[in-house]
Each structure stands twice: as structure tokens, then as C-alpha cells.
Design a protein around this ligand. Structure first.
Ligand code: HEC
Length: 150
């Protein structure tokens, strides 16, 4: 093969392979088991919140039992957060800011706010109650992510 031919071939092969690395929001997969666990906890909380938000926005049909179950998942996982974030474990995939561990009491307080918000939500019987629950719980997610998540 000519030099030019090889160069063109190299470009063709490397461009698509480089693309995922260049995509800004692409993070590597986490490998640290402690980080994987805390991300899984947040993912479960996120799953519960998404189910509620989809129903609130009318993107999913209102289902009172599903809404209650989603709130229960958030309440159940929220109390695990302090233990899952006990140590500042490194991982290239983590979005947890190191200042969590300089302000650990405040971080715990914010996780307790989330747990309290979720446990204070009564049975969700209609869209109005759903909207109120999403607002109440959602505020506690934002309060913590704003300070402690990349
Ligand atoms: C006490 C602080 C705190 C609260 C409260 C909190 N989060 Fe998080 N959340 C974090 C941190 C820190 C991370 C980044 C974890 C990491 O990457 O290691 C995160 C990550 C996430 C992620 C990404 C998980 C992944 O795959 O990496 C989702 C989704 C998420 N949170 C949803 C929520 C929702 C929804 C709520 C509210 C119901 C919530 N969080 C409340 C601190 C919090």
C-alpha cells in the first residue's frame, strides 16, 4: 500500500473510534466497586424520580400505585446515601465532588432532607398530589447536586 493509502486508511479507522472519546458528556464506566455502588443507589433514586416526573408531565399515564411505589424506592434508598458516600473513593467516572468530604455533615443533612421529603409524601391519589410530591422531593435532589455533583 502507498503511504497516502495507509494515511487515508488510518484516518478512516481512527475517526469513528475517536468520536466517543471526544463526546463531552461521555464518562468512562466506573470500576471502583464503592463508586459503582453509590452510583447504583443514585440510579435507583433517579429511576423513582423519573417515573414520577414522566407521570407529572403526562408522558406516562397516571398510576397511583406506581407513584406510591416510586416514592417508596426514593425513601428507602435515601437513607442509604450516607453509608454509600462514607469515603472519598477515586474513580475517573465519578461525578461526586471532593468537597463532599470537607462538608460531610452538610452532605448528610441534604440526604436526610431527601429522605424526609420522600417519607412525608402521603398516598398519591391524583395529579395535584403527584405534582406536589415531585416539587417537594425534586427540590432536595437539586439542593445536593448543585453543591456536590459535577
Ligand atoms: C445528599 C446529596 C444528594 C442528594 C440529596 C441527591 N443526590 Fe443524586 N447524586 C449525588 C452525587 C454526589 C452524585 C454523583 C455520584 C458519583 O458520580 O459518584 C449523584 C448522582 C446522581 C445520578 C447519576 C447516577 C449515575 O449513574 O452516575 C442520578 C440519576 C441522581 N443522582 C439522581 C438523584 C435524584 C433524582 C435525587 C432526588 C430524589 C438525588 N439524586 C438526590 C448526590 C445527591
Amino acid at each position: 500500500m502507498t503511504f497516502l493509502g495507509r494515511t487515508v486508511l488510518a484516518l478512516v479507522i481512527s475517526a469513528p473510534m475517536a468520536a466517543p472519546l471526544l463526546a463531552e458528556d461521555k464518562k468512562p464506566e466506573p470500576t471502583n466497586p464503592v463508586v459503582i455502588e453509590r452510583m447504583e443507589t443514585m440510579k435507583a433514586i433517579g429511576g423513582g424520580m423519573k417515573a414520577l416526573a414522566d407521570m407529572a408531565k403526562g408522558e406516562a399515564p397516571f398510576d397511583s400505585a406506581k407513584a406510591d411505589a416510586s416514592v417508596a424506592v426514593i425513601a428507602e434508598k435515601a437513607v442509604l446515601v450516607p453509608a454509600k458516600f462514607e469515603v472519598n473513593e477515586p474513580d475517573p467516572a465519578t461525578e461526586a465532588l471532593p468537597k463532599i468530604w470537607d462538608n460531610y455533615d452538610d452532605f448528610i443533612k441534604k440526604s436526610e432532607d431527601m429522605a424526609a421529603a420522600a417519607t412525608s409524601v402521603g398516598p398519591i391519589g391524583d395529579q395535584a398530589a403527584l405534582g406536589a410530591a415531585v416539587g417537594k422531593i425534586g427540590g432536595t435532589c437539586k439542593a445536593c447536586h448543585r453543591d456536590y455533583r459535577e
